[in-house]
Ligand binder design. Structure first.
Ligand code: UDP
Length: 396
């Protein structure tokens, strides 16, 4: 069985690590790790390959100078992937999540007749203007094997008419990665992580104010950071939070670019209790999540990780495609338009006498999702081959 495992952006690299290991354990499998180059900043890419034990990938995408000018489109990435898939003729193209590279891979697989497997299939927030939602729907409807993380995703796929035999409820490869990384993260000290990633202009820290802990935040979605008004609201909110509790903010390159473009960077940097950091490596970021008193985010994966870690998480989005995180009680959705309600909720969590109770883990979030996926792909390939053989022998 030949597999092409496609990655392009930070969350893909993290989720690819357990898949790569599981595919490597199947003796009959030959796996190619292919990177579109969508994220190529060393803090968003190289650091994850080194730390998570991924091999050097085959690079297949637009040249770096072109990518540095503007983010690639799905069509541009797909145009590079098609010849590669034609040349390799894999049994499976495995794509992960909802980034541009995911949908580009799906499109290239469709055009070349390669069978497509989608890891993290079926998640829906119902907001069609979001690029991630478009990527999810396109990919799911082109996929032959769909691997779901939660039961709502299975229900979404069935409702959209996907054949039940294509859908496999396997658990969550991000949680595989989290559970594999946790022992290392637990050995780390968060003040040390903070000092290592703090941006040079920050006179950090952590000083006395940080002894009671910190809030952690990340933001990178177009809806939050590509709109100057929303970004201004966010900066004001973060300044308000900074007045009440120390705040750690590892800044995504896209967010930094926008903050600088709209002249909001300096005012954030001037806040003495907000520590701006470079994007953080995975085990260091898990250490920061584990030790945070509260998390504030617009990320998809962080909603899931905080659910397993039992850290209260406020997600600044109108809806989530990961409703199980709401059901398990760690995650709450709030609107950037209501800063006072956000501050009140954070204060309530911050001042709670007892730590947040760690909820039980959602079904199959047990660290074995990648193994299940590898076994299912191997079984499907065997079945496919024996069907092809029996059709061949039936020829007159
Ligand atoms: N993450 C990280 N370093 C950071 C911020 C996030 O390693 O500075 C990890 C985080 O633990 C999670 C993943 O990146 O596993 C989430 O990626 P992101 O928020 O970029 O994408 P999304 O999950 O929204 O698709």
């Amino acid at each position: 069985m030949t597999i092409v495992l496609l990655v392009g952006a930070r969350p893909n690299f993290i989720k690819a690590a357990p898949l790569w290991r599981a595919f490597s354990r199947i003796r009959s499998a030959r796996t190619w790790l292919v990177h579109t180059g969508q994220h190529q900043h060393p803090d968003m890419c190289g650091v994850f390959f080194e730390e998570l034990g991924l091999p050097r990938p085959l690079r297949c995408g637009p040249p770096e100078d072109m990518l540095a000018q503007r983010p690639p489109t799905r069509a541009a990435l797909a145009a590079y992937l098609e010849p590669l898939l034609r040349a390799l003729q894999p049994d499976w193209l495995v794509v992960i999540g909802d980034v541009t590279s995911t949908a580009a891979g799906a499109w290239a697989a469709y055009r070349t007749g390669v069978r497509l497997a989608h890891v993290e299939a079926g998640l829906r927030c119902g907001l069609m203007h979001m690029a991630e939602e478009q990527n999810r729907i396109l990919t799911d409807h082109l996929a032959h094997a769909l691997f779901a993380t939660e039961s709502s995703a299975v229900a979404n796929l069935l409702r959209e008419g996907i054949a039940p035999e294509r859908i496999h409820f396997v658990g969550n490869v991000l949680i595989d990665a989290l559970l594999q990384t946790l022992p290392l993260a637990e050995k780390k000290s968060w003040p040390e992580v903070l000092r290592r990633y703090a941006l040079p202009a920050q006179s950090i820290l952590p000083d006395k104010a940080w002894t009671s802990g910190y809030a952690l935040c990340t933001f990178h979605r177009a809806e939050t950071v590509d709109n100057p008004v929303a970004l201004q609201h966010l900066v004001r909110l973060l300044q308000g939070i900074g007045q009440q509790m120390p705040l750690l903010f590892p800044v995504h390159p896209r967010t930094e670019r926008r903050l600088r473009q709209w002249k909001l960077w300096a005012s954030l940097q001037a806040c003495p209790s907000i520590a701006l950091l470079r994007p953080v490596g995975y085990s260091d970021f898990v250490c920061l999540q584990k030790n945070a008193r509260v998390v504030l985010t617009d990320s998809g994966g962080i909603q899931e990780e905080t659910t397993v870690l039992g850290i209260p998480c406020l997600t600044l989005r109108p809806r989530t495609e990961r409703p199980i995180t709401l059901q398990y009680g760690t995650n709450m959705l709030m609107d950037l338009q209501h800063p006072n309600a956000i501050l009140a909720q954070l204060r309530q969590w911050w001042s709670a006498a007892a730590p947040f109770p760690t909820p039980p883990r959602p079904p199959l979030w047990d660290g074995q999702a990648a193994e299940r996926i590898a076994q299912i792909l191997a079984t499907l390939s065997l079945r496919e081959r024996s069907t092809a053989r029996s059709e061949y022998s039936a020829l007159p």
